[in-house]
Every structure is written in structure tokens, then in C-alpha cells.
Design a binder for this molecule. Structure first.
Ligand code: TXA
Ligand code: MG
Length: 316
């Protein structure tokens, strides 16, 4: 069921059931982070391997401090600056966080999401919510309640409808490996914005050989129809015999029916492009086409996170 009844959602969560929640980044599949049975259900519903840990969500820095052993000063600076927001911090966990949540890691990923309904829900609970993106493992993250309903509707009792996600990309994950601020997943808060607050950071690139690494497997966020990246004019020319879908940053191209072309932002605005990216990938994936051709955005600010998702979608 889809709705906006926060009390009903809270009631279900207190009973150990799962609820899909809106955030500013993507929709999450939430359960009581301190209840191993609820967390087990999250992995099962998503069909997610238990070696891929979950982010723990709450609504205040005060509550975060009860989940972690300490916060380095740089972590606190980032938290004060970007929370509630699309920033996830990796910090040493306290005992009360089940090992299942962190896949056995001594670090827990924590975030205060910025969505009024979910903040209201979190403030009414005396436990934090573990919530991965509310999609089957490996598929594109959901940015509307309808996306969640289409794939997980029959597996969970309630989906909170908070409208379309305003950022549209998952949170940026920052850890402090050896005391050095490190980006583990590019996301809704740009590296440039983070560096303005704490100075230079290091960036970990993803790896498929070491799935323990956050941000994880190279092939992810992937549509079922093969997606190929490159110069759109050349790709359209080269694949003339195929039925193509086009995922373009700003403009339409010759040689492909217009209803098979999706534009991320006519104005060339990266925030708008991020907002539209996952919904566009999902829409293309429903078309009667053989292949999706897509182009990268400028490799700066949100463009870096968008390009990361496009590359992973293409790695399928
Ligand atoms: O924006 C977001 O972060 C959304 C919303 C719902 O908050 N959540 C999200 O969760 O994207 P998920 O599970 O789809 O991606 C979380 C990523 C995974 O790649 C996981 O490997 C990493 O965070 N992660 C979680 N806990 C970790 C930990 N303890 N150590 C290292 N990586 C962790
Ligand atoms: Mg995910």
C-alpha cells in the first residue's frame, strides 16, 4: 500500500516490519537497524548479498553519537555542514549495531536524510532505520514511490509517498581511513562542496574484485537492456540497424525516433540531470529497443556522480 500515514509506518516498523521511505536522494527500504530479524528481511526482500552493508538513518547528531564510538572533528564539520543531507559518514560502530548491518565491519555508515516525512517518522522512533535503496539488488535505484511499488509492492506492507526525490542520486559516502577523509561513493553532494569544508580529500575508485569495498560492485544501477556509452552521433551512426534508445544530456539527435530519446536537462543543468537520471533509465528500460546509447556529462561537480552511475550501468 502507498500512502502518507506516518503513524501507520511507525507502527509497522515497531512491529519489525519493513516500510519504504522517501529521502531527498532515492527511496529507501527501511527496517529497525537494531533488530536483526528486520535487517535479515531487508536483505531478503532486495535479494541483496549480506556482504553489502546497510546505511543507518536517524534524525539528529545527538542520536548519531549513540550509534558510533567517536566522531573525528572533520566528520563533525561535515555533519554540521551537510546534515540533514546527502552525506553518509563511515564511523566506528558501537556494540548495539548488529554485525549484520555492517557486514561484519567495525565501521557503520550513518546518515540524516533530508525529507520532511522521513524526518518526522525518524523523530517518532526510538531506534534508527537501516535502509538500502528500495530496488532489487543491482537494478536502478527508485526515485518515486511508484518505482518502489512496481518492483517491491507485493513484498512490503507500506510505502510512504513523499513525491519524486529532489536530488535523485544516492548520498556521497565519506570515511576517514587512516585519518584521511576518503570518498567511497560519489553522490548527491559533490567532492568540490566537501573540499570547501574540510580541504582536500582522497577518492577510492570502485572495484569488482573487492566487493567489501563500499560503493561496491562495478556493475550496478543497471537497466536490463544493454547500455553503451560514448559519442552519441557516432554510436547512432554505428548502430543504424538496431532499435536504439537515446539518453542524452541536452539535445535530440537525428536518426532515432523522438519517442525513443530522453533528455536529462535541456538547459544543461546538472542538478536537473541528476534528478531525471534514474527515472529516464527506467523509462528506457521499458521501451521496445535493442540497446540504450548514452553520453557522459562534464566530469565535474554532480557530473562526476552522474557519470559514475552511467559507467556502472554500462558495465553490466
Ligand atoms: O542516498 C542513500 O545513501 C540511499 C538512501 C536510502 O539513504 N541509500 C543507499 O543505500 O544508497 P545502498 O544500500 O543502496 O548503498 C549503500 C552503500 C553500499 O554500496 C554499501 O556498500 C555502503 O553504502 N556501505 C554501507 N555500510 C557500509 C559500511 N559499514 N562500510 C562500508 N560501506 C558501507
Ligand atoms: Mg543501492
Amino acid at each position: 500500500m502507498i500512502g502518507t500515514d506516518i503513524n501507520h509506518a511507525a507502527h509497522l516498523l515497531k512491529e519489525g516490519k519493513l516500510v519504504a521511505i522517501p529521502t531527498e536522494t532515492v527511496y529507501g527500504l527501511a527496517g529497525n537497524a537494531l533488530d536483526e530479524q528486520a535487517v535479515t528481511q531487508i536483505f531478503a526482500v532486495k535479494n541483496r548479498p549480506t556482504f553489502d552493508p546497510l546505511i543507518v538513518h536517524t534524525d539528529s547528531i545527538h542520536k548519531v553519537k549513540k550509534l558510533v564510538q567517536q566522531m573525528p572533528i572533520t566528520a563533525l564539520d561535515l555533519a554540521n555542514h551537510f546534515w540533514a543531507g546527502a552525506l553518509t559518514l563511515l564511523l566506528p560502530k558501537r556494540e548495539l549495531i548488529p554485525d549484520l548491518v555492517t557486514s561484519g565491519s567495525p565501521l557503520v555508515a550513518v546518515r540524516i536524510p533530508n525529507h520532511p516525512l522521513t524526518l518526522q517518522l525518524l523523530s517518532s522512533l526510538d531506534f534508527p532505520l537501516a535502509a538500502p535503496s528500495a530496488n532489487p539488488f543491482g537494478y536502478i535505484s527508485p526515485t518515486t514511490a511508484q518505482h518502489v511499488e512496481a518492483q517491491l509492492g507485493d513484498k512490503i506492507p507500506y510505502i510512504i509517498d513523499g513525491g519524486a526525490c529532489i536530488l535523485g542520486l544516492e548520498s556521497t559516502i565519506v570515511g576517514f581511513e587512516g585519518g584521511i577523509p576518503t570518498i567511497y561513493r560519489k553522490g548527491g553532494i559533490s567532492i568540490e562542496a566537501i573540499e570547501q569544508v574540510i580541504g582536500e580529500v582522497q577518492v577510492k575508485e570502485h572495484s569488482s574484485s573487492n566487493p567489501q569495498a563500499p560503493g561496491m560492485l562495478k556493475s550496478h544501477y543497471a537497466p536490463r537492456i544493454p547500455l553503451v556509452l560514448g559519442d552519441l552521433v557516432k554510436l547512432i551512426q554505428k548502430n543504424k540497424r538496431k532499435r536504439l534508445g537515446v539518453l542524452s544530456f541536452q539535445k535530440y539527435h537525428l536518426g532515432v525516433p523522438i519517442h525513443h530519446q530522453l533528455i536529462l536537462s535541456k538547459q544543461g543543468d546538472m542538478a536537473e540531470a541528476a534528478q531525471n537520471l534514474f527515472a529516464a533509465m527506467r523509462q528506457l528500460d521499458t521501451m521496445d529497443i535493442d540497446m540504450i546509447v548514452a553520453e557522459l556529462l562534464p566530469e565535474r561537480e554532480l557530473g562526476r556522480a552522474i557519470n559514475d552511475r552511467l559507467r556502472r550501468a554500462a558495465a553490466h
